[in-house]
Design a protein around this ligand. Sequence first.
Ligand code: AOS
Ligand code: ZN
Ligand code: ZN
Ligand code: ZN
Length: 424
Amino acid sequence: MKLEQHHIDTFNTDQADAHARAFAFTAEKVPDIQYVLQRLQEFQVAIPSWALGTGGTRFGRFSGGGEPRSLEEKVEDVGLLHALNRASGAISLHIPWDIPENAPAIKALAAQHGLRFDAVNSNTFQDQPGQKLSYKFGSLHHTDKAVRKQAIAHNIEVVKYGIELGSNVLSLWLSDGSNFPGQLNFREAFLRTLESLQEIYAALPADWKLYIEYKSCEPNFYSTTIADWGQSLMLANKLGDKALTLVDLGHHLPNANIEQIVALLLMEGKLAGFHFNDSKYGDDDLTVGSINPYQLFLIFNELVEGMDARGMHHASDLGWMIDASHNVKDPLEDLLQSVEAIMIAYAQALLVDTKALAEARQANDVVTAQEILQEAYRTDVRPLVAQARLLNGGALQPVQLYRRLKIREALIKERGLKTVATGL
Ligand code: AOS
Ligand code: ZN
Ligand code: ZN
Ligand code: ZN
């Protein structure tokens, strides 16, 4: 089965009346509905190639079948998501899981689906077959210069692939750290990381950015060499303007105030963007908005306010990406849910009465300040998000249409039941 525009149009026609009523009900209360719809129509979230298969845990992996067997099929899956929601217009690749053997052909295929290539990700947290030196004790922070050199060369190679694909961001996450006290000299490990990053930074083309992702723990459980936003920011500041701090929502110690971190990184001009996901315990990588949608809204509230204050363009001045995948859902349905959750939080943030909020804050009227935020958060903005999708040519209810058209069944038929996509 091939998803075609007429499937979407027929489905939307069936739902048109119910949608029009719901939209009118919400839109009536929004002072500048055109502004909100335009922002929502522009907003795009990149899909990570490694989320297109069922995620692994170290205990097991249960493929639902029909997973992409090649980079081409990964691009096709993201194309499918984008056709349904018109808000997933980019794919983020991971090297070496996604080596583009024929970059112009992959680029052309992506363009056919209206997709561009978002950040390219390097991998120095696993040893690859045939690799000379091991990353068992880290990569860019390694005590052995030869290992550091190998990891630096890999990152520079990833940039080369990115250039061929038209990407302009290298996104870097290091698992480097230590498992036991005494294992590592923290200061020396940090300085070796900085030195390695300086070499990678020097190899970046002029219009490229380097995103430095931090993570509190895992796979190392005593220390991580880039463990938090302060450590990432220190590196980014020392490196220069192209280096920025990437926030993955699952990478903080419990109860961290992520929205405050976001506000300050943005203020400093050092926020790269996001890996969106949700979590209850740690780096759970659950569907965005499935555990704590209020936190997601509060983050978007800081983003909208902070980006407006700096004259930034919401859709294009930060990197928006999902980093979530799970064991028990159809990955494509999961990704549709994640994008929807992001759009909802963004729409709610666009509804915040910022002027009234500023006045309440000035007067220390705590109750009113809370009421203003929750007024926006408790508005059912789903019809606004659906309307933006409709205007973009997408489906009013992407998951419903995906199921109605039996897309997973068709993918299983085409690709087989025992497929396992490369990834975690
Ligand atoms: C790891 O925990 C990070 O979230 C990275 O973004 C990682 O590169 C990604 O999960 C895929 O490897
Ligand atoms: Zn991440
Ligand atoms: Zn992670
Ligand atoms: Zn994660």
